[in-house]
Each structure stands twice: as structure tokens, then as C-alpha cells.
Design a binder for this molecule. Structure first.
Ligand code: FCB
Length: 462
């Protein structure tokens, strides 16, 4: 691969999230999150697993930063646990929780690894869920307050902030299909949640602009790596499985539901008309989306400094009258597929980035998550985990990222999901996404071949 095509300051990183790696769910005054509750509800998470131990990163963060240094990462994306910082979701910051993130960030900066911190990666304080969670607009206000308090403490040392990770997944899997916390099954509620998450994002951006930390961090010039705040959207590539007109319109609805429902309000100031119609027909369209208030749309559409895109796969969509909401469903993925059953389709990453750049925004883009689960196990003889399929996945997606830069797309960085094996939500510990293998009994970390590949790749880019 040539060295010439990536923009200066391009960041190679890896990503994690708090509930998936930290463990220590009862340590130092952390409050209960909706994921603690969900995991302790029988039948919700495979194997009855929970994030109670996870990678015990809360205690082992120094070792983990050491691994990042060994891999030569330019940047590390992690999330802050709201219930660790504000056990009840409101009030003053819990100083012990804050100390943990200060120590982590301090060590990253000392190691010359740029922190990118996500403020909300799905672990809502249970106390707020008890008052209606994201279906209650008050949660968005609490979120803005929490963010403001965090910015006052950390915005001068953390250069890049993500407000909310994947509002679509929270709305759909958390509130419509019930596969994730809080496990509700109510399409109308899910759409209200989507609107409130977007509002919460906008309010957090405003809090960032108002915070004194932001003033201290200001003044970046274009040749420097990006600073500031943005959101991370899950954007997989939705396309029709055939050229039948019904499949084409079904794919358009799927794209509207998963992608444009977020991109349009963020970058065009309105919800996409064509998706509101089928939702109204299905009887689930709330007023919040049908008749949003202009000041709310303004709040949602505030200017951000960058956009994060999480990309994993494509869906090939067909017309399906059995699907009540959209009359659309995805066909079985074509091989090769990952252990999640997701098709390996690097071309989709190219298409998604190009499309966002052509149709929505020229602000810097980051691939804030991309990666694959495969069934790796530690060979008994101490040999290396030879995860060639993961290397193939990553290298083909990295090539797609490079190609899109050559087409003039303003892409500024790439983060592998994930630095290490961790708690994969409803799949518990059964799905391994890491560059680094974690033995969840002993907490031993072992570099897989993909970690060495990524290390060498990053070196070759310097
Ligand atoms: C994304 C999540 C992340 C991880 C990957 C596999 O949707 O943001 O936490 O679970 O999927």
C-alpha cells in the first residue's frame, strides 16, 4: 500500500465501550445501569452472562494502555459510564469514577494515544429508566447536564467527543424488538426514543460549545488532527436483493428506517418524508416525528466537528408483506459471513462513506467502528491465534477506506472494533471481536495474529 493518499493526521485506532470491558460494576459508588438490570433478567442474555467482570479493565487499564502502545495506536475510542460518573443519572459527579477516567486519559496522553471519548454507549442509569428512560424527554436534559459536567472536567484533555453511539440500535433493538436493554417491544416508543436521542445529541453539542473546556481546547488548525464533537451512527449498506421494483422500494424503506431517519435530521433539518408515510400507515408514527417543533429540529441539526460511522455489513432487502412495519426484510447473507452471521462486504464501506460525503456533509468522517467476530480459541500449545479471517476482513475494509480517501472523501481515521474480546451485549461472551484475545477466567490478554498485522500495518503507514 502506498503512503501518499491518506490525509495528514489520519488516525489508526481501536474502540471499546465501558459496559463491555470495565467490569467493576459495584466499585467506587457506580450506580446500576439498564444493562445490569437486563443481564439479571433471565433469558435476555446468552448464557446468563453479564458485564459484571467483563475484561476488568477498570482495574487493568494500565496493562491495556500498554497493549495499545505496543500496537502503535494513534488513537483509542472508549466510552464513559454515565452510572459511574453520576450513579443516579443526575447531580454531582462521583469523584472516584471521574478519577478513573482522568487516570486513563492521563496514561493515554503520556503514551501519545489520542483519546476519543463516547458519552453514551448504551449504559443508561437505571434510576433514569425508572422515570421512563429515553422515552421521557427529561432524560435528554439529564444527559446534557451530565455532558456539561464531564466537559468541565475533561474537555481540556480529551480532544474528541462522541455524544451518542448508534441511536438507531438503541431505538430499534432496545425499544422495538426488545433484544437489548431496556428490552421494550413498542415501535411507537422506539420512534419517540429516536427523536429524544437526536435531541439529546444536539443538547450535548450545545453544552460542549458552552463549556469552558471547549474554550481551552479551541484553536485547532486544519493540518492538525480533528478536535471537537460529533455523533456515531450505525450505517450499514442497504440495497435491493433484485431489480424488482418492489424490492427496490423495500430497500429504500430499510435505508430510510435505519440510516436516513438519523442522517436527514442531523444534516438536512427534517425527517425523511418517504419513511414517515409507511410508519404512519402502520399506526406507529408519533407526533414528535410527524410534526417536530422547528426549535427541536434546529437543536438536532447543530453543526458538529465530525461524524462517526460504524460499519459492519450490508443487507440485501426484499419486499416482504409479513413485515408489518416496513414490508421489507433482509435475505440470508451471502458467504463469507462472520460469527455474527454478518456478510463480509467491504465495498459497502466504500459506498456508505461516499454517499454520506456526496449527499450529506463534507465535515471530517471517522470510521468509529469496523471489525468482525470469529470463533477464535487459544491453541493449547501456546501457538498464536491465527485469525486470518479477521485479517482478511480488516485489510479489505482498510483498502476500501483508502480508496474512498482517493476519491476525495474527507475521512480522517479508522477504529477497529474491538481492541479486545469483550461482552458482546445480548450475545454475552460468545462472540469475540478483539485484536487481543481475553481469557475471561484468568483475564490473560494474548495478542492474536490480527493484532500483529495491525501493528505492522500502522508502522508501514508512518
Ligand atoms: C456495535 C456496537 C458495539 C459492538 C459492535 C459489534 O453496534 O456499537 O458496542 O457491540 O456493534
Amino acid at each position: 500500500m502506498s503512503h501518499t493518499t491518506l490525509p495528514p493526521g489520519f488516525l489508526w485506532g481501536a474502540a471499546t465501550s465501558a459496559y463491555q470491558i470495565e467490569g467493576a460494576t459495584q466499585a467506587d459508588g457506580r450506580g446500576v445501569s439498564i444493562w445490569d438490570t437486563f443481564c439479571s433478567t433471565p433469558g435476555k442474555v446468552l448464557g446468563g452472562h453479564s458485564g459484571e467482570q467483563a475484561c476488568r479493565h477498570y482495574f487493568r487499564y494500565a496493562e491495556d494502555v500498554g497493549i495499545m502502545r505496543e500496537l502503535g495506536l494513534d488513537s483509542y475510542r472508549f466510552s464513559l459510564a454515565w452510572p459511574r460518573l453520576m450513579p443516579d443519572g443526575r447531580g454531582k459527579l462521583n469523584s472516584k469514577g471521574l478519577d478513573f477516567y482522568k487516570r486513563l486519559v492521563g496514561l493515554l496522553l503520556e503514551s501519545e494515544i489520542r483519546p476519543m471519548a463516547t458519552l453514551y454507549h448504551w449504559d443508561l442509569p437505571q434510576a433514569l429508566q425508572d422515570k421512563g428512560g429515553w422515552a421521557n424527554i427529561d432524560t435528554a436534559k439529564r444527559f446534557a447536564d451530565y455532558c456539561f459536567a464531564v466537559f468541565e472536567e475533561l474537555a481540556d484533555v480529551v480532544p474528541m467527543w462522541i455524544t451518542i453511539n448508534e441511536p438507531a440500535v438503541i431505538a430499534v433493538l432496545g425499544h422495538m424488538s426488545g433484544e437489548m436493554a431496556p428490552g421494550h417491544r413498542d415501535a411507537r416508543e422506539g420512534l419517540i426514543v429516536a427523536h429524544h436521542l437526536l435531541l439529546a445529541h444536539g443538547m450535548a453539542v450545545r453544552a460542549f460549545r458552552d463549556s469552558s473546556g471547549r474554550k481551552r481546547a479551541a484553536g485547532a488548525d486544519a493540518s492538525q488532527p480533528v478536535k471537537g464533537i460529533g455523533i456515531a451512527l450505525s450505517i450499514n449498506h442497504q440495497e435491493p436483493a433484485t431489480d424488482d421494483a418492489r424490492d427496490i422500494s423495500a430497500a429504500k424503506r430499510a435505508d430510510g428506517f435505519w440510516n436516513r431517519l438519523y442522517l436527514d435530521p442531523l444534516f438536512r433539518g427534517h425527517y425523511p418524508e418517504d419513511i414517515l408515510e409507511p410508519l404512519a400507515q402502520a399506526g406507529v408514527l408519533p407526533d414528535a416525528l410527524a410534526k417536530p417543533r422547528p426549535e427541536e429540529m434546529q437543536m438536532i441539526g447543530q453543526e458538529t466537528d465530525f461524524l462517526g460511522i460504524n460499519y459492519y455489513t450490508r443487507n440485501q432487502v426484499v419486499w416482504d408483506p409479513a413485515d408489518r412495519l416496513l414490508n421489507a426484510s433482509a435475505v440470508a447473507p451471502r458467504p463469507p459471513v462472520t460469527a455474527m452471521g454478518w456478510e463480509v462486504y467491504p465495498e459497502g464501506l466504500f459506498k456508505v462513506l461516499k454517499r454520506v460525503s456526496d449527499d450529506y456533509t463534507k465535515i471530517p468522517l471517522f470510521i468509529t467502528e469496523n471489525g468482525a467476530a470469529f470463533d477464535d480459541s487459544l491453541p493449547p500449545d501456546g501457538a498464536i491465534i491465527d485469525d486470518g479471517s479477521r485479517i482478511d476482513y480488516l485489510s479489505s475494509h482498510v483498502s476500501a477506506a483508502r480508496r474512498v480517501c482517493e476519491c476525495g472523501v474527507n475521512l480522517k481515521g479508522y477504529y477497529v472494533w474491538s481492541l479486545m474480546d469483550n461482552f458482546e451485549w445480548a450475545q454475552g461472551y460468545s462472540k469475540r471481536f478483539g485484536l487481543v484475545h481475553v481469557d475471561f477466567q484468568t483475564q490473560q490478554r494474548t495478542l492474536k495474529r490480527s493484532a500483529l498485522w495491525y501493528r505492522d500495518f500502522i508502522t508501514s503507514q508512518r
